[in-house]
Design a protein around this ligand. Structure first.
Ligand SMILES: Nc1ncnc2c1ncn2[C@@H]1O[C@H](COP(=O)(O)OP(=O)(O)OP(=O)(O)O)[C@@H](O)[C@H]1O
Ligand SMILES: [Mg+2]
Length: 473
């Protein structure tokens, strides 16, 4: 067993100071149910009246509910893989009733044995670079436990050293003993064998989720519903990951290497909300703003604005449907927030205006670096951001300008559509006019006024050739 006291700073907010992993681990006091609130004296344990070490069982349980769903939880694991320079991420979802499992495998830098243990600490310690998607030292644990009661990290660091390190954090174990502890699991389970295969030949990390109580919430995992829930999860993941990591999948993110994500072997296709490949997409001028970050430096926030084409101007009807997005046109309008190229929120005008049918083709990107996390109040689940009040004032005019232009474009497109429908009606009517022309000729003949009709037709051919043609004159 490896004791794992959480870092205090991670639980009260802020980043833990970086310490060497070895120091962090050896400095950890034992924290069992019977000796919590104690310190190790020279020869005996004594009560420390100032020790407020949290209850492992209560805290881990309550941290399950900080707002993840299955897709956002997996996305948080992928953030870690990106920070570890992964090029390929495989998600495997295995349906086996109550023994179903999910794994997220990457070919990133991997971790040493002590790093694997540290990774499972709530508030794990490390330094973050400017483009690092991690921040709190919590995501791996909170995301995993939001969906599953057991998370195992399988990792191999060095290409030459074939050592694979494996550690498990198990909520049932923590609840039973009320200890912050990980353990080395038996390797006889299929999920762990598959996980080890992923790192058998080269470095990488695999996160294995088992005891998927939250994934199967409200249903019996053993029945057909269990399998259907996992199928739906695969679909949801495909859509969500394709959206939030689209810049990485397209190779447009600020990162040297491309990224592939596959779900059960199927590649995830990027979903770019701004339809850059559609020639009729209109791009409006970008805006740049500067905000002072937590590092006291000035950082740039950019607002990019797009008006997507109306239905008839897409390369195909399928593209129109695909670009409508997971929540469809109306609810996909708005500002998309990108934190270091990873989308953290979409489908809102951030309090500047409300969703409107006439602005449904207006979309904007708001890009900010991680140094501005505190301004944007990015939370642990990285699925929400709030525009700082002073920035909202600055972006309101360009956002309103975008919406006014999108509104005008929407109305123009509707008018053209109405006209062309009207044109079709005129077309149908023109068939009617031809038969009216025939009727006029017949009537003129019966009235003995054929000559008069010919004179009228001749004048009409000069004065209104279209009408003459429509009447068949
Ligand atoms: N796939 C991975 N490859 C390599 N290292 C990893 C991987 N996943 C996690 N780690 C290590 O474990 C640590 C803890 O991960 P965790 O997601 O809990 O916190 P974080 O990424 O530092 O911050 P955040 O809470 O913002 O996600 C990471 O900082 C990283 O050092
Ligand atoms: Mg993380």
């Amino acid at each position: 067993m490896w004791p794992l006291q959480p870092t205090a700073s991670s639980l009260v907010g802020g980043n833990a100071p970086a310490e060497s992993t070895e120091t962090a681990l050896t400095a950890v006091p034992r924290a069992r149910a019977e000796d919590r609130n104690t310190t190790v004296g020279e020869s005996e344990l004594s009560i420390n009246p100032n020790d407020v070490t949290p209850s492992a069982s209560r805290l881990t349980t309550s941290l399950r509910d900080i707002g993840y769903d299955s897709a956002t939880a997996v996305a948080d694991l992928i953030d870690n893989s990106l920070s570890a320079n992964a090029r390929r991420i495989d998600i495997v979802i295995e349906s086996a009733g109550p023994h179903s499992w999910i794994l997220v495998a990457d070919d990133g830098d991997g971790m040493s044995r002590s790093e694997v243990t540290e990774a499972l600490r709530f508030g794990s310690r490390r330094d973050y670079s400017a483009v690092d998607l991690g921040r709190f030292g919590l995501g791996l644990k909170t995301a995993s436990l939001s969906q599953a009661k057991r998370v195992t990290v399988v990792s191999r660091r060095a290409p030459i050293n074939r050592t694979i390190s494996t550690r498990t954090l198990d909520l049932d174990h923590i609840q039973e003993l009320d200890v912050w502890q990980v353990y080395e699991p038996e390797l006889d389970r299929e999920a762990l064998a598959v996980a080890r295969d992923f790192v058998a030949e080269s470095p990488g990390t695999v996160i294995v989720l088992e005891k998927l109580d939250r994934v199967f919430e409200g249903i019996d995992p053993a029945g057909g519903w269990g399998a259907r829930r996992l199928d739906k999860l695969a679909d949801d993941l495909d859509r969500y990951l394709g959206m939030v990591f689209h810049r990485f999948l397209e190779g447009t993110a600020d990162r040297e290497m491309p990224l592939t994500i596959a779900i059960n072997g199927q590649k995830v296709r990027p979903w770019n909300p701004f339809a850059p490949d559609e020639p009729a997409t209109e791009v409006m001028g970008p805006y740049h703003f500067r905000l002072t970050g937590s590092d006291a430096q000035n950082h740039s926030v950019t607002l990019e604005r797009y008006i997507l084409p109306a239905r008839s101007h897409y390369s195909s009807p399928e593209e129109f449907d695909r670009l409508s997005g997971p929540r469809k046109w109306n609810r996909q309008q708005g500002i998309y927030f990108y934190r270091a190229d990873r989308m953290v929120q979409s489908g809102t005008w951030a309090g500047i205006r409300s969703i409107d049918e006439h602005t449904k083709f207006a979309r904007a990107a708001l890009n900010f670096p991680t140094a501005l996390d505190e301004h944007f109040r990015v939370n642990v689940a990285k699925m929400k951001a709030v525009v700082p009040a002073n920035l909202r004032e600055l972006i309101s005019p360009p956002v309103n300008e975008l919406c006014a232009a999108a509104n005008a474009s929407y109305r123009r497109a509707s008018l053209v559509e109405r006209r062309s429908n009207g044109g079709q009606r005129a077309g149908r009517h023109s068939g009617g006019l031809q038969s009216a022309g025939v009727s006029l000729r017949v009537a003129a003949a019966l009235a003995g006024a054929t000559g008069a009709l010919e004179q009228i037709a001749e004048v009409l051919r000069d004065s209104d050739p279209e009408a003459a043609e429509a009447l068949g004159f």
